[in-house]
Design a protein around this ligand. Sequence first.
Ligand SMILES: Cc1cc2nc3c(=O)[nH]c(=O)nc-3n(C[C@H](O)[C@H](O)[C@H](O)COP(=O)(O)OP(=O)(O)OC[C@H]3O[C@@H](n4cnc5c(N)ncnc54)[C@H](O)[C@@H]3O)c2cc1C
Length: 242
Amino acid sequence: MYVPQFNSPALVSVESANSKALFIWSAMYRMDDTVRVADIDAVGSQTVAIQFDSPSEFAAHPGQFMKLSGEVNGENYNRFYTLSSSDMIDTFEVTVGVDPQEAGPFSEHLGNLTQGDQIHASGPFGQNFYAGEPAVAILAGGPGVGPAVGIGEAAVADNHDVTIIYRTDDPAHGTRLNELDSAGASVAITDESLGRWVTELISDVDKTQIFIYGFEQFVNDATAALETVDIDPSSAKIENFS
Ligand SMILES: Cc1cc2nc3c(=O)[nH]c(=O)nc-3n(C[C@H](O)[C@H](O)[C@H](O)COP(=O)(O)OP(=O)(O)OC[C@H]3O[C@@H](n4cnc5c(N)ncnc54)[C@H](O)[C@@H]3O)c2cc1C
């Protein structure tokens, strides 16, 4: 099981003044509280986006993740979910893949939440977030499309270059991906090899921060794809969901 690392200011390169202020603040404040579901939407055939009311002190970067905890059928669960909103003002959002074939009861429980339900949340955690880099490329698999749209929207709002390469045969977040495309992002939704799209869409590899979000098989495929086009995977910000 992947063990998440906690924020460490010394390990993070923060590139904009706003991001730096937010980073210092989020390093100081970590939520550990009950939060209310403000809204929940099906954003794909097996994917939901859940918005929670943000406590007033809450601050986080898209790409960081939260721990959601609860009891299902008498069992306690703690699971991690990556932020998929571009900001955390008023609400924060996570995108959850609900796949009864692959997963257990907790993701299904999240998929059944309704507006007004409450759940325990703590965070933010993680260092692999959008930190104001001038060009970003996000490789996403499965529910990794959540941080892809959250980071993409934040970077578009900053007038930065955005590329999203989303491997799936059953896309989710189609509306937000279309909006990003219209706003100037390069978006490829593919069930083919990732390497081709990395070569075609990332024009200046040296200036582009690559992110990888998804379950282990996808992370392995994405890092292998980077190697085939001579990009060092250690330069990527990677979150493995497995
Ligand atoms: C740092 C981090 C960030 C994460 N961010 C997200 C996120 O943003 N969205 C999200 O949906 N999940 C995310 N996860 C995974 C999440 O924490 C749960 O593991 C997942 O929801 C399944 O939980 P479960 O209890 O229902 O099933 P489990 O019993 O925990 O599932 C067992 C295994 O099934 C596989 N699996 C589960 N769901 C899927 C799926 N949809 N596609 C392929 N394989 C799957 C995985 O290998 C998983 O380890 C993240 C995990 C980590 C460690």
